[in-house]
Design a protein around this ligand. Sequence first.
Ligand SMILES: *Cc1c(COP(=O)(O)O)cnc(C)c1O
Length: 396
Amino acid sequence: MPLPPNVYDAEPIPAAAMAEVERLLQSGDLFRYTAASDSPVALLEAEFAELLGSRFALAVSSCSAALFLSLKALGLPRDARVLIPAFTFAAVPSSILHADCVPVLCECGDNYRIDLEDFAAKLPGVQAVIISHMRGHTSDMDAIMALCDEAGIPVIEDAAHSLGTTWNGRNIGTIGKVGCFSFQSYKLINAGEGGIMVTDDADLIARAVIMSGAYEHNWKKHPVLLNAFARWQNELPLYNLRLNNLSAAVIRPQIGELARRVADGRRNHDHVAAALNRSPWLEVPEKLGPEERAPDSIQFNMVGMDAGEAAEFARAAEADGVKVQIFGRSADNARAYWNWKFLGAAPDLPRTRAMLMNACDVRLPARLTLADCDAIASVLTAAADAAKSARRAYGT
Ligand SMILES: *Cc1c(COP(=O)(O)O)cnc(C)c1O
C-alpha cells in the first residue's frame, strides 16, 4: 500500500507572483498608500469584490483583524453581546474581546452546524451575530438570516475557511452584512498571513477603511462614495491593520487557481468521505442541501467508540502516517471552547461538548491525488477496525 502523503506542505505560489514581488523589491514600493492609484492591495480589493459579487472589499492583516473591524464598524457599544457558534477557532471569541464586546456561545450539533433552537433562544439577548463557517461547514443560512433580519440583528460571516463555498448558488461571505476571509497558509489562498472583508454597505466599509489605517486623506484611494468617507474623517480611531503590497502580490495570482482548488478539494473530500462511511465506526455527516462545499480537510465522527478506543484509533492512524486531531481530546485544542479560559468559566454546552469528543479532523489539501486519498482512507478505516478489535480482544 502506498505511504500516506504529507498533508502539511503548501502548493507552490504561481510563478507570476515572482515578477511582481521582484518589481516591488526593486522599487521598494511596499506600502499600499504610496502609489497614487492601482497599488497591488487596491487591485486585489477590486478583483476580490468582483470574484464574490460584492460592492466593496477591504484587505487587512488577517481574518481576525477583519472580524474586529467589522464589529467596530457596526458601532457596537462596549459590552455588547455577540452570538457565535461554540464550535469555532479561538481567534473568533478573541476578536470579540478585542472589540470590547462579550461573546455568547450557542450550541452546535453533531453535523458541526449551529443548533437553531439554541440560536433562536439566545438571539434576543445579543446585538450582533458572527456566523463562523467552521472548516467550511455552512449552517442553515436561510433560517439564520430570517431570524436575524426579523430581530434587526446584523450578521457578520466568518468565512475564513469558506472561500469558494456557495449556499443556494450564492458565495458564502456575501449573505450577511459583512463577510471576512483569511489568507493564512492553511486556507484556500495562501499568503502566510492576511485577510479581507466584503460588504455592499458603503457606510460600513468607509468606517472600516478609516479604522484599518487610511489616515488623513488616504481613503481617497478607495472606490467608495466620497460622502460616506467625508462624514467619518477624524471621527474614528486608526488601528493600522493594513495589508502590504508584497502580500497582495502573492495573493492575486492565486485567485486564478481558486476554481481548480475548489473542484479538486471537493473531489478529494467526497472520495475519502465515501470510503469512511463504509466503516461501521466512522461517519461523515451530510452537508445541507443548498450548500456546495470547498473543503481542504475532512471532519468525521467516531461512532460507538469509548475514550480508550478513540485514543487507540488516533494512535494507530498516526503510527501509519495519518495525524488525526480529535477536537475535544487533543491537548490544548484551540477549537474546544472549554480551552478558551480567557473567557472565564466555560458555559454548559452538552451537545457541542459531545460532538467535539467524537469529531475528528484530517487535512486533505486540493493538491492530493485520488491515490493519496485512498492511502489516507485505508489508514483511517484500518485504524478504526484495529481500535475496536484490540478492545474486544482484551475484553475491556
Ligand atoms: C483561520 C480561521 C480564523 C482566523 O484567521 P486569521 O487570518 O488567522 O486571523 C478565523 N475563523 C476561522 C473559522 C478560521 O478557520
